[in-house]
Write a protein of this length. Structure first.
Length: 373
């Protein structure tokens, strides 16, 4: 067996949705899957044991942040990310590209790579495709991502074309130097909001024969309809026997739309970020439990949720914790939010198998959007 093995176990006859199994050196993942984000080698407010209990099969760690601190060489000395953070299941690391390019005024892009200043102390750094591979091989995740440029929205056609072409050249450089045998390297499709560039990028990366493919540069401010349109021109160009990963997407509606268009993997900081601000997912839409309306609400966040938070605590108690800045408050909201999304993916997989995903999506979103609080 190679570094990873992906098997499509069922394809829907009515949509592009599919069920798969992704086998990695550190475990097997059922797809479609949502990956919680552990930016600093930790999913904020969650222990590894809690992540396992809520059904997280794989998590994402951030190359840019771990490069800055504590440093990839320290993580290597610790035995790699799995040992460093005591997480025994699969890990994916992003390339650092999105964070570097989001620095905007603090970076300079060239063919060789990107020179940027740290958001922490202004110190000067340089990341190229080769450096990104060096960092990610030291971190030792099961899956690494090729270094790419994430084009902002909106962006002119000519700029997007040049960026997409450079991303393809950078992908070749990543392949040339990546040599860690127990780590898979995924390419990243770019092309902005231009269908012809998306097709070209997908075709060029497919020719490079990566074991999996990220779809980058979406959910960056464009309308949902445009994101879906770009997925519809991208996923059919990617190999059917390899995993497809829509990067940075994790709201319930986007997860459903992505799965229906053939996506297998997703990640997003949204559930943890919302949890830290006192907002929780429910079937009736996001609920801001910090609000005064819930001060005497002695019901769980959701009565039929099986997470630890909902089985033991009330909205009123959680609101009390949040207003007192008690650490337990954000732990409970975050735990619930991640379980909400892992449970949603479990339901999605069930409905793919039953060929009822479109109907499930329609009924779920009707209730979710009508009840936004």
């Amino acid at each position: 067996m190679g570094t990873i093995e992906f098997t499509v176990e069922y394809s829907s006859p009515n949509t592009w949705a599919r069920l798969g199994q992704l086998t990695t050196p550190n475990g097997v993942i059922q797809t479609p899957v949502f990956m919680p984000v552990g930016t600093q080698a930790t999913v904020k407010a969650m222990s590894p044991k809690e992540l396992e209990e809520v059904g997280a099969e794989i998590i994402l760690a951030n190359t840019y942040h771990l490069y800055l601190r504590p440093g990839h060489e320290l993580v290597r000395k610790a035995g790699g990310l799995h040992e460093f953070m005591a997480w025994k299941r699969p890990i994916l690391t992003d390339s650092g590209g999105f964070q570097v390019f989001s620095l905007s005024e603090m970076r300079e892009i060239s063919e060789e790579g990107v020179t940027f200043r740290s958001h922490l102390d202004g110190s000067k750094h340089f990341i190229s495709p080769e450096v990104s591979m060096e960092i990610q091989m030291a971190l030792g995740a099961d899956i690494a991502m090729a270094f790419d440029e994430c084009v902002p929205y909106p962006a002119e056609y000519d700029y997007t074309l040049r960026s997409m072409e450079m991303t393809s050249r950078w992908a070749k450089r990543c392949l040339k130097v990546h040599n860690r045998k127990d780590q898979a390297l995924f390419g990243i499709v770019q092309g902005g909001m231009y269908a012809d560039l998306r097709r070209t990028s997908a075709d060029e990366l497919t020719d490079m024969d990566f074991p999996g493919y990220g779809i980058g540069g979406l959910s960056v401010g464009e309308p949902e309809e445009l994101m879906c349109e770009m997925l519809e021109v991208t996923t059919p160009r990617l190999p059917k026997d390899k995993p497809r990963y829509l990067m940075g997407v994790g709201s319930p509606d986007y997860l459903l739309e992505g799965v229906l268009r053939g996506v297998d993997m997703f990640d997003c900081v949204l559930p943890t970020r919302l949890g830290r601000h006192g907002t929780v997912y429910t079937k009736n839409g996001p609920l801001t439990v910090r609000n005064a309306a819930y001060s005497e609400d002695f019901t769980p966040i959701e009565s039929d949720c099986d997470c630890y938070t909902c089985r033991h605590f009330t909205r009123g108690y959680i609101r009390h914790l949040l207003h007192r800045d008690e650490i337990l408050g954000v732990r409970l909201t975050t735990l619930h939010n991640i379980r909400f999304l892992t449970n949603l993916m479990e339901q999605i997989r069930l409905h793919i198998k039953k060929d009822t995903l479109q109907e499930f999506k329609d009924s779920f979103l009707e209730q979710y959007h009508q009840g936004v609080q």
